[in-house]
Design a protein around this ligand. Structure first.
Ligand code: ATP
Ligand code: MG
Length: 632
């Protein structure tokens, strides 16, 4: 039975379809998504089995999947190592001299590591970890700015079966401390400083504070970037170079069970207290490998630029593991998109001939504020495939991104989560695009939109986004909290509930409409935040918008909007009215905000997502809950 009060209104209509150019289509791995998808879903285990065979395993699996709802084991009985697949597999071939990582620092420094050099550094680091007594199953916390040592440390841990917990270097001492305590890490790897808009940030000071009360930490390794070097208290504190000095550049990758934990990583904390998600070597390797290859149509000669920080899951899956599994050349750059000026990323694309560029809607909206003259200054003709992740991309921002990059490059709006490990809903370059839609499920993935009872909803009815069957890179548990893990599979019986609301149009395209927690109930209608925000941002005066529901005597909840204006626009009663008119025109009467407040900034997580629960708590004078991931 349909439960109408649970279903989400569908208000936004976008009719535009953007077809791939013949060139894009003819050169892509997957040219006929429909038939490949049907085949993959008819027998997902056969599909994943075939993909897994493209990688190296020490011993083969007996079964592809062991599914004891809600617990999954993939590639049962196999042994492997993700670090081996990222490095050894390539250094045995001509790729040993191929560039693996191009790193650009905030002050323009450049470091280039070939696969051979990365292999040697990772091996030295793995031997150094062993020299400290670290063994398979131990934990190491990595609290580094975006420098190559971050990648080296991750792969070194993986190589010997040490579980890494990367903590984004923008986090404060209490947030770092709670993550070190949770993991009971024996070692913390950090740097003296990180750089942010020209200022140096004292990371070592944060670590000192964080580890003061962590009895598990035996050693703190420090990458010293400044001269003279920050003083270190031996024997607990060691300089990174001294640590690696004398270590051999050879360290055999440990054959690990496919289900051996690879890392713990916390979610962004947008909707509440961050969850410590656990991923494993085997399945995670298979999922990130194939999504990187097919979604970005990654080829041998591409220069792949993902702007995320390895402190987030996007960095884990699509800077480090996915691209290196594919033997790609990665560009990674420290710093912000608008420092020293808003041409920063466009300049890097021109300078390094970037062909694949993966960013976020938040960053695009920020760059939109500075205008099209910035991208116009640069030669962006090398670009081939574009991507976004993290939030719904509003059609306005989609069109801008598409236009300034030449008007023909396909944009992969990739939907996924820390918990899912890999991209689950996404276009492929050969698929017709609809601006604002993440389009279709990836091969082997069964996604749907359902009501609370788990029943599929008809076309264009809004409901809960779910995944109906397990996939290899799904999280295996929440660290030390298996009950919290079960909630994902038990909220709606027999499927994985993502916590997002969504609708599926008549062509099967998925349109994400925001978080289930943020849905606003106006006079019996349930409205997703994304559509209202998108309508506001389509007004020429608005740069960013966030909406919340406020209790209302007669209609249940009333919509309140917070907007940031673009440069050159002033607040006035006429402007507020014209914003309301815009929403009326785009979505209809029920979505028109009762109140609109012009603000200078919006509360965001450190990964750049709008925290509507913080806006709401402030508005209602309530406790905002866990705000450890709120950006200052
Ligand atoms: P928490 O789970 O702690 O509240 P979070 O959900 O923001 O934080 P992440 O795992 O970083 O943590 O983000 C995943 C979420 O980001 C998704 O559930 C979805 O809400 C949003 N998201 C990611 N990509 C997209 C996309 N392409 N379109 C729409 N929403 C997206
Ligand atoms: Mg989440």
């Amino acid at each position: 039975m349909k439960a109408p009060d649970e279903n989400i209104e569908n208000l936004l209509r976008v009719d535009r379809v953007v077809y791939p150019t013949p060139e894009t289509k003819s050169r892509s791995y997957i040219q006929d998504y429909e038939s490949e998808y049907r085949r993959s879903i008819a027998d997902p285990e056969a599909f994943w089995d075939k993909v897994a065979r493209e990688l190296d395993w020490f011993t083969p699996w007996q079964r592809v999947l062991d599914w004891k709802y809600p617990w999954a084991k993939w590639f049962v009985g196999a042994t492997c190592n993700i670090s081996y697949n990222c490095l050894d597999r390539h250094v045995k071939t001509w790729r040993r001299n191929k560039v693996a990582v191009i790193w650009v620092g905030e002050q323009g420094q450049e470091r280039i590591l070939t696969y051979g050099e990365l292999f040697r550094q990772v091996n030295r680091c793995a031997n150094a970890l062993k020299a400290l007594g670290l063994r398979k199953g131990d934990r190491a916390s990595i609290y580094l700015p975006k420098i190559p040592e971050q990648i080296v440390a991750m792969l070194a841990c993986a190589r010997i079966g040490v579980i890494h917990s990367v903590v984004y270097s923008g986090f404060s001492a209490p947030a770092l401390e709670s993550r070190i305590r949770d993991a009971e890490s024996r070692v913390v790897i950090t740097a003296d400083v990180g750089y942010d808009r020209g200022k140096s940030i004292n990371l070592k000071g944060v670590v000192d504070q964080a580890v003061a009360n962590c009895s598990s930490v035996e050693t703190v390794v420090v990458v010293r970037r400044e001269t003279p070097g920050v003083p270190l208290a031996a024997p607990k504190e060691i300089d990174w170079n001294d640590w690696l000095e004398g270590e051999k550049p050879v360290c055999a990758a440990e054959p690990l069970d496919a289900e051996a934990p690879l890392y713990i990583l916390y979610t962004s904390g947008t909707t509440g207290k961050p969850k410590g998600v656990v991923h494993v070597h085997g399945g995670y390797m298979v999922g990130t490998y194939i999504t990187t290859k097919y979604v970005f149509d990654l080829k041998e000669d591409d220069i792949y630029f993902c702007v995320a920080d390895p402190g987030w899951v996007t960095g884990h899956s699509y800077i480090v593991y996915g691209p290196l599994l594919n033997g790609a050349t990665i560009l990674t750059a420290e710093g912000k998109p608008d420092y020293p000026n808003p041409g920063r990323w466009w300049h890097l694309i021109e300078r390094y001939g970037v062909s694949i560029f993966y960013t976020t809607p938040t960053a695009i909206r920020l760059l939109m504020k500075y205008g099209e003259e910035w991208p116009k200054k640069y030669d962006l003709s090398t670009l081939r495939v574009l991507g976004t992740v993290g939030e719904p991309i509003n059609p306005e921002a989609w069109e801008w991104y598409h236009r300034v990059t030449g008007g023909t490059r396909p944009i992969m709006d990739t939907w996924w989560q820390t918990e899912t490990g890999m991209i689950l809903v996404t276009p492929l370059p050969s698929v017709p695009l609809k601006p604002g839609s993440a389009t279709r499920p990836f091969l082997g993935v069964e996604a749907d939109v359902v009501d609370r009872q788990g029943k599929s909803l008809p076309a264009n009815a809004g409901g809960f986004a779910v995944i109906k069957t397990p996939w290899p890179s799904m999280m295996r548990t929440i660290y030390k909290d298996p009950d919290r893990y079960k909630v994902y599979w038990e909220t709606i019986p027999n499927c994985y509930t993502a916590g997002d609301v969504c609708r599926k149009d008549a062509d099967g395209y998925l349109w994400f409409m925001g978080r289930a927690d943020d849905v606003i109930k106006v006079a019996g209608n349930r409205i997703g935040t994304a559509e209202v925000e998108s309508a506001l941002v389509s007004h020429q005066a608005v740069a960013e918008a966030a909406v919340i529901g406020k209790p209302h005597k007669t209609v249940g909840e009333a919509i309140k909007a917070f907007v940031i204006l673009k440069q050159g626009h002033q607040q006035s009663p006429a402007l507020i009215q014209s914003l309301k008119d815009q929403v009326l025109k785009e979505l209809g009467k029920i979505a028109v905000p009762q109140e609109i407040e012009v603000v200078e900034s919006l509360p965001k997580t450190r990964s750049g997502k709008i925290m509507r629960r913080v806006l709401k708590a402030k508005e209602l004078g309530q406790d905002p809950g866990d705000i450890s991931t709120l950006e200052e």
